[in-house]
Design a binder for this molecule. Structure first.
Ligand code: ADP
Ligand code: ADP
Ligand code: SF4
Ligand code: SF4
Length: 589
């Protein structure tokens, strides 16, 4: 059995512990160099050859900086290792022309590492970080697979790759000018009109790139990547900040590359979008931050189902204790439970925008999801409930204390996560905070990091956790799933549910990930109208009714997978799509 030792350099603080790991290591006590000190960094180096795997150092380390992991036996040789006691990657996805291949897996499992290797930015070292191999050896390593040809071309500069990055909010820092200028410059494939029409970019063509919202930037970044002429396209989380309709527009644009015979890879945590995007998927498993393994390639339905079940049959690997359960909820009887608040028909106008809300009730301990496009009045509605904004007409019966997590998060706090939590989180340090908030959101591993340096997913976890710690009657979360991986989305859903029940409160969750919405909704409200001009909100109603009303407006139908019951998008004009539209059952049969 192969063993790897991973040291988290951010967490390891020898000055504070005086090398407890070395002091207690039985190997060291017997005079062996099982753990030595790196003269340059002053941090420990753990010898994977000498280590017996007793686990004493992991327990003794006060900062949880060491992981000692036994690798599954059947692993082949690694493709890359960043360095001594650092992350190791096993396997690569199969990239082939005319196919979209999707990657599913947790954050920190090696997806970006894979994309950096395939785009030529990172030369794979086959695990030998001390004497990295040359291209001949690398190409030989992949002999017999499609990757051999791929690396041959890549190594001779004959392969052009294009990449849509994960963090689109950085784009305005290095791109200047107007949207139409940028897209015209990018249009090497002569597809400008198709992309503008499909992504509905007409209204923002004349805008300055520096003045775009997150969702608009996302669409522009996808458009610019798809317009380039390349051999290999890679899209990192193309759906964040987009509403359901926009997500499916993105699917059309990315699928058009496949239809032109291009090779495409997508990393995506919205499983309904990934399902509609991909021909094949690879599941990534292992231990985030320590090692990642790329599974065999599977057809998209089978692959996503295997992911939902947490079990890869061919590899005989279980990577989650249990299956993700999708329940088809029976219609909620309308009069049930205690009421948190109720409101009459409401209207609210700003200069140029009007919101009309149909009267409704919110019950105690329920989660109401709200969906619809951006700029349609969802936040305004939450502010009216909170009493921050007064409606022009209508009344909310009881003024509520609202805790709110905004859609776009700022990371400009100067200090560590610990300092941030001290200042902003209620009950930080108490037992309840630890068990109900810190643990599910894995806050402990973030505490020593600086808020400014957190990744998108880490910042999201911190923001949701801080909001949940507040004392409130109603919690409002605007797009909590952005940048979270699938496991974190589920974990967040469970933590939200538990805290809302324990605190006798309720929540409104605005999101666009259909699988997450399906999983978390008790009831739902639909916002429709014309963004920035006029918004209408229906009263909270059962999910299926709400979905029918929403999906009929965007012209999309969903069915349920027979095996896992997860929602799947129907192909436009397919038999089921036509049948469901005919009988008005847009959500499922
Ligand atoms: P994902 O994209 O799945 O979130 P990444 O490929 O970014 O994962 O990272 C996988 C692991 O590799 C992470 O634990 C990260 O800390 C580590 N890692 C990434 N880049 C480097 C690097 N340049 N040096 C050392 N470790 C790295
Ligand atoms: P959503 O939450 O659905 O994205 P919002 O409720 O934030 O939508 O905004 C709806 C519309 O109202 C947008 O056009 C927005 O620009 C406008 N708006 C929101 N707040 C104000 C305000 N305080 N003053 C003027 N206009 C506003
Ligand atoms: Fe100290 Fe832990 Fe670092 Fe060892 S790994 S030096 S115990 S902080
Ligand atoms: Fe030493 Fe045991 Fe840690 Fe290996 S697991 S480095 S043998 S303490």
């Amino acid at each position: 059995m192969t063993r790897i030792a991973i040291l988290d350099h951010d967490r390891c603080q020898p000055k504070k512990c005086n090398y407890l790991c070395i002091e207690y290591c039985p190997g060291v006590r017997m005079g062996e160099d099982t753990i030595i000190i790196n003269e340059k960094t002053k941090k420990p180096i753990i010898s994977e050859e000498l280590c017996s795997g007793c686990g004493i150092c992991t327990n003794r380390c006060p900062f949880n900086a060491i992981s000692i992991i036994n690798l599954p036996e059947a692993l082949e040789d690694p493709v890359h290792r960043y360095g001594e006691n650092m992350f190791e990657l096993f396997g690569l996805p199969v990239i082939s022309q005319g196919d979209v291949v999707g990657l599913i897996g947790p954050n920190g499992i090696g997806k970006s590492t894979i994309s950096r290797i395939l785009s030529g930015e990172l030369k794979p070292n086959l695990g030998d970080y001390e004497n990295p191999p040359g291209w001949d050896e690398i190409i030989n390593f992949f002999r017999g697979s499609q990757l051999q040809e791929y690396f041959k071309k890549l190594s001779t500069g004959k392969l052009k790759t294009v990449h849509k990055p994960q963090l689109i909010d950085l784009i305005p820092e290095y791109v200047e000018g107007r949207v139409d200028e940028l897209l015209t410059r990018a249009d090497e494939r002569g597809k400008l009109d198709f992309v503008i029409e499909t992504l509905e970019l007409e209204p923002i063509l004349k805008r300055d790139i520096k003045k775009l919202s997150g969702g608009e930037l996302q669409s522009i970044a996808i458009a610019a990547a798809a317009l380039r002429d390349a051999d290999f396209y890679y899209f990192d989380e193309p759906t964040s900040w987009l509403d359901v309709k926009q997500r499916l527009n993105v699917v059309k644009v990315i699928r058009s590359l496949q239809e032109d015979g291009k090779a495409v890879m997508v990393i995506e945590h919205d499983l309904a979008a990934l399902d509609a995007l991909s021909d094949y998927v690879h599941v990534l498993y292992g231990k985030p931050g320590a090692y990642g393994v790329v599974s065999k390639r599977r057809g998209v339905r089978v692959g996503i189902n295997a992911y939902i079940k947490g079990f890869l049959r061919e590899e005989n690997v279980r990577f989650r204790k249990s299956e993700i359960q999708f329940k088809i909820k029976p219609p909620t009887p309308e009069e049930e439970g205690e009421t948190l608040t109720e409101y009459s028909n409401l209207t609210k106008s700003y200069n140029g925008f009007q919101l009309n809300v149909e009267e409704g009730k919110i019950y105690l301990k329920e989660i109401v999801t709200a969906f619809g496009p951006n700029g349609i009045g969802k936040t305004t509605f939450a502010k009216i409930l909170a009493g921050v904004e007064k409606p022009d007409k209508g009344k909310v019966k009881k003024k509520l204390k609202v805790a709110y997590k905004p859609q776009y998060l700022k990371s400009d706090f100067k200090g560590t996560v610990r300092e941030f939590l001290h200042l902003k989180a209620q009950g930080y340090g108490t037992k309840i905070f630890k068990s109900e908030i810190a643990r599910p959101f894995s806050l402990e591993e973030l505490e020593d990091k600086r808020v400014e340096e957190l990744s998108g997913g880490e910042l999201q976890r911190l923001a949701i956790a801080t909001t949940l710690s507040m004392d409130a009657d109603l919690y409002v979360f605007d797009e909590p799933t952005a940048f979270l991986d699938v496991e974190q989305r589920l974990m967040a859903a469970k933590a939200m549910r538990k805290i809302i029940e324990n605190k006798d409160s309720s929540a409104i969750i605005i999101d666009h990930d259909i699988i997450f919405l399906d999983y978390i909704s008790d009831r739902a409200m639909v916002f429709h109208g014309t963004p920035s001009i006029e918004g209408y909100a229906t009263s909270p109603t059962e999910l299926r009714k709400a979905m029918n009303s929403f999906l009929s407006q965007v012209g999309i139908t969903f069915r349920r997978d027979k095996e896992t019951r997860r929602p799947r998008v129907n192909k436009l004009n397919s038999f089921l799509d036509r049948k469901q539209k005919e009988i008005g059952e847009y959500y499922y049969l």
